[in-house]
Design a protein around this ligand. Structure first.
Ligand code: CA
Length: 493
């Protein structure tokens, strides 16, 4: 009885701790919110989301969601809606606002202790980038002996794979799309320009960058990709030691693991994400134990490659089908969120995931407007013009905030717990076999996470437990803990 009372009193103390001021800075800033600016919040009623709009919604991101950082998809001047083809690496696209708007956003985020990372697209530029315009013209006029930009790109007099035609005797490399010519990253002036641009943004107070398409820098050489990333990381860390770099390497776990040897802090963990990824597969099979064992082995592999590596876990991003389209049952949406938000490393939430946004197929459908309110249209964006998905019955943020059982409020409570237990982000990970396949168990330093992936309650034994904190239903009796189906608990050692 005495022991139960003691546990109860610790529990009370803890729960009063967790109701700490909403804006208090967590020990580890680890939870990023990925935003497609154009579909987020429109501050000047032209239907286009903008930087001022992001600033307007910082309270939502920081307090209602509890995210501690933001990844902005590209904001540089670009001729396309998606802006992954950059025309000026140190400019702001006028559709999104001005440099002053950007400075205001960074200043307010920094005053809130929020981290900002920018999408840095350096594999290719737009064909409308002045470098490419100059290079192409010089190639056509045979003036490359005096025009250095010719060597910024890869031209050829004959057709090769990934190359596009200018005329019968002139082709250029553009692996993704004819309008996105690949940069020649071996050119020293290109490298200098890349560094100058990166430092420009770091000087403005950004935390770092999300590096687009890192496996395509050199399409035929992993070794060269690693060499380039090592060079970039070394330069950036020498300039700003506490900066943060996360790479997009949409490839296998083994290649990602090798790429960690470059020193880049994080790479997105594609194998845990999406419809057929490890988190959703674990939910479908009801096997949490094997998921935890995988996390342990992946953690061990990436730490071997780079002892400071930080896994970057996510459920979906701007290139993937929205998760609410395949996680149908409310308890599956909640469980998937609990799992990835309580994994080691830095979780990345794709805007709208928290309000069950849907959309699949063409990219535009994956980047639709978040609906703020069904009654008040203030700030509502129009979204990509070519989107074909109709947002019928889409939950609004306003309604989700009001419903205490909403997925949004679940995200908030889980992230609050994550922020209160820094071990979850950075502790040494050990898979715990709790004797039931359905139970995901992990120990990170003094914090234990347990998820029950089945629908049934499960009882397990645990010695030396001191206190149990919950984000679902559970019962403690002596040395046994009974956890209800689709529930998650945290145990402090
Ligand atoms: Ca606008």
């Amino acid at each position: 009885m005495k022991r139960i009372l003691l546990s109860l009193s610790i529990l009370l103390v803890l729960s009063s701790c967790s109701s700490q001021k909403d804006t208090e800075k967590p020990e580890v800033n680890s939870v990023y919110y990925e935003i497609f600016v154009g579909s987020f919040y429109d501050s000047d009623e032209d239907g286009m989301g903008d930087l001022k709009g992001v600033q307007t919604k910082l309270d939502y991101i920081q307090n209602d969601l509890q995210a501690t950082g933001i990844w902005l998809m590209p904001i540089n001047p670009s001729p396309t809606y998606h802006k992954y083809d950059v025309m000026d690496y140190t400019g702001i696209d006028p559709q999104y606002g001005t440099m002053e708007d950007f400075d205001d956003l960074v200043a307010e985020m920094n005053s809130r202790d929020m981290d900002l990372i920018l999408d840095f697209v350096l594999n290719h530029t737009s064909t409308k980038h002045p470098w490419f315009i100059k290079a192409k013209e010089a190639m056509l006029n045979d003036e490359c002996d005096v025009v250095i930009e010719c060597d910024f790109y890869n031209f050829s007099s004959t057709y090769k794979g990934r190359y596009h035609r200018i005329n019968d005797n002139l082709f250029y490399e553009a692996g993704f799309w004819s309008e996105m010519p690949d940069l020649n990253l071996d050119n020293e002036v290109v490298r200098e320009n890349i560094l100058t641009s990166a430092k420009f943004w770091l000087d403005k107070g950004v935390k770092g960058f999300r590096l687009d398409a890192t496996t395509h820098f050199y399409d035929d050489s992993l070794e060269n990709n690693i060499e380039f990333l090592r060079w970039f990381n070394d330069e950036i860390k020498a300039y700003k030691p506490d900066s943060y770099l996360v790479g997009e390497a949409w490839t296998s776990e083994s290649i990602i693991t090798e790429m960690y040897s470059s020193g880049i802090d994080s790479f997105f963990n594609f194998s845990t994400s999406q419809q057929d990824g490890r988190v959703v597969r674990a939910l479908r099979s009801g096997n949490g134990n094997s998921l935890s064992k995988y996390v342990e082995s992946y953690q061990s592999n990436i730490k071997d490659a780079n002892k400071d590596s930080i896994d970057a876990v996510f459920l979906s991003n701007h290139d993937n089908n929205r998760s609410a389209g395949y996680l149908i049952k409310p308890e599956d949406k909640r469980m998937a969120a609990s799992i990835y938000l309580l994994m080691p490393g830095n979780p990345f939430i794709y805007y709208g995931e928290e309000v069950e946004m849907k959309g699949s197929g063409i990219d535009e459908n994956k980047r639709l407007p978040i609906i703020w309110s069904h009654k008040d249209k203030t700030g509502q964006t129009k979204g990509p013009v070519d989107a074909t998905y109709k947002q019928e019955n889409q939950l609004s943020v306003e309604d989700a905030l009001r419903d205490k059982n909403s997925l949004l409020n679940h995200y908030k409570s889980i992230i609050k717990i994550r922020n209160a237990y820094p071990d979850i982000s950075r502790g040494q990970y050990e898979a715990l076999d709790l004797g039931h396949d359905a139970l995901y168990g992990s120990r990170q330093n003094k914090t234990i996470v347990v998820h029950n992936l089945s629908d049934e309650s499960i009882e397990f034994e645990m010695d030396n437990k001191k206190v149990v904190k919950v984000s679902g239903k559970f019962k403690v009796k002596g040395s046994s803990i009974k956890i209800e189906g689709k529930s998650s608990i945290i145990i402090e050692e």
